[in-house]
Design a binder for this molecule. Structure first.
Ligand SMILES: Nc1ncnc2c1ncn2[C@@H]1O[C@H](COP(=O)(O)OP(=O)(O)O)[C@@H](O)[C@H]1O
Ligand SMILES: O=C(O)[C@H](O)[C@@H](O)[C@H](O)[C@H](O)COP(=O)(O)O
Length: 179
């Protein structure tokens, strides 16, 4: 086992768990990080306060609003890659250009896990979720902004409508098969 292999013998991966609000990014990413002993960063916590204020009051972010946030997400990923231990970041990463910003000019070896969930299920979850700044009224703009990753992007696709434990098992099996 190398220094940063996990107990399960997996080599480190640098993951961005992506998708629209409510799709299950935090649930899946935190579970994966706990199971594999990988570092975890909640992307929401890297938003400048002005972005959180804007979303809380029902205004969608613009590309310009997201740029400093994506830069902080990129910095975090770059440090994980340099350190060489497995890492998982939650970040909606809605557009292809945002995913390119996350990879950066140096082309970080990150992989995206896209969690796909139906609009009806998302609306139901966001209405019921408590203690989060994101209002359900922003769901249409999230869905309209999403550019689903193409087959030419490093993406693993999972369903957000299965139980999170099932998604975790699928992901772990995927990494085991790859290694
Ligand atoms: N697979 C799932 N099935 C049912 N509910 C889920 C699932 N994944 C997440 N949830 C619930 O949906 C809400 C949004 O999940 P969360 O992980 O916060 O999503 P995101 O980080 O993408 O906004 C939370 O209340 C969470 O408990
Ligand atoms: O780019 C954006 O518009 C936001 O980052 C958004 O996509 C993200 O979803 C929010 O930060 C809400 O947080 P949750 O995704 O955790 O609901």
């Amino acid at each position: 086992m190398t220094e940063y292999e996990t107990q399960m013998g997996l080599k480190p991966h640098f993951l961005v768990v992506m998708g629209v609000s409510g799709t299950g990014k935090t649930t899946v990413a935190a579970g994966l990080a706990t199971r594999l002993g990988w570092h975890f960063q909640e992307g929401d916590a890297l938003h400048p306060p002005a972005n959180v204020e804007k979303m809380s009051t029902g205004q969608p972010l613009t590309d310009a609003d997201r740029a400093p946030w994506l830069a902080l997400c990129h910095d975090w990923l770059r440090k994980q890659v340099q350190a060489g231990h497995g890492a998982v970041l939650t970040c909606s990463a809605l557009k292809r250009s945002y995913r390119e910003q996350l990879r950066g000019e140096e082309g970080l070896p990150i992989e995206f896990v896209h969690i796909d969930t139906s609009a009806a299920e998302l609306a139901d979850r966001l209405q019921r979720r408590e203690g989060h700044f994101m209002p359900v009224s922003l769901l249409p703009s999230q869905l309209a902004t999403l550019e689903v990753p193409g087959d030419d992007e490093p993406v693993i696709r999972v369903s957000g409508e299965k139980h999170p434990d099932v998604v975790l098992e699928e992901l772990i099996r995927h990494f085991q098969a790859e290694d």
